[in-house]
Design a protein around this ligand. Sequence first.
Ligand code: CP
Length: 304
Amino acid sequence: MKHLISPLDLSVSELEDILNLASEIFNDKKKYSDICHGKKLATLFYEPSTRTRLSFEAAMLNLGGSVLGFSSADSSSAAKGESVADTIRVISSYADICAMRHPKEGAPLVASIYSSIPVINAGDGGHNHPTQTLTDLFTISKLKGRLDNLTVGFCGDLKFGRTVHSLINALVRYKNVHFVLVSPDELKIPAYLREEVLDANHISYEEVKNLEAVLPDLDLLYMTRVQKERFFNEEDYIRLKDSFILDAKKMSLAKEDMLVLHPLPRVNEISTEVDNDKRAVYFKQAEFGVYVRMALIMKLLEVA
Ligand code: CP
């Protein structure tokens, strides 16, 4: 059985299969409307979510399947002390596939060990968010036409931002991708990512603090929210939360075809005046999440 816990659980060719299938679904939205008839998706969300949980549910409903689940730890027996291992053993007899979000790094991996159905990591703490990565890769590939030969800026909370960690892990497998990592010192990427992924694979990257200085070089800018929920003290959060705000003036420094991505939710880091700029594709990106999750469910349930 196959699970999706880390973006690297998929080979480049499996990843391309999913992106191609997502593209087919995008082009013909009705074609697979009954392919998961009789199948059930469980969404086990121990942490808040709008896009990931609802796009998973929309994906399964679009495929003709059904959904069940919970949207907070408090509304499940986790509140009474039940372990992830016991929960997934039970859910395995209620559903055919599950998507799990958990504040603890590694919880979906633990679930996959005890599960008899495919487990999809829908975000684990500050670690990984592989289905956001599929969404990001689909967005880049569809709107930029390639996943290689790119200068990619990541800006904001690169320490706790799991979407950043997952996307860097995925993009290092493509040729000639240069990373520009824009953050305050306190929110730089974790050492393991710098040493074991970027340095170990001789990937070209720079770490900087000034967004304006690097904006003209970028093909993509991946903005991120400062992750309030991962901070140990509020003072640090308040000091760092508005480190970078992308506005129309800054956008005037960027290339005409630079894309602005953001996994959302947004707080202050992108001014709403940027939303009408044709380069701002974050709402399109959120829409694309449904198609890649449809493709992923089909692949893991082996109906495609
Ligand atoms: N991008 C993302 O994971 O959004 P949610 O937290 O709303 O699911």
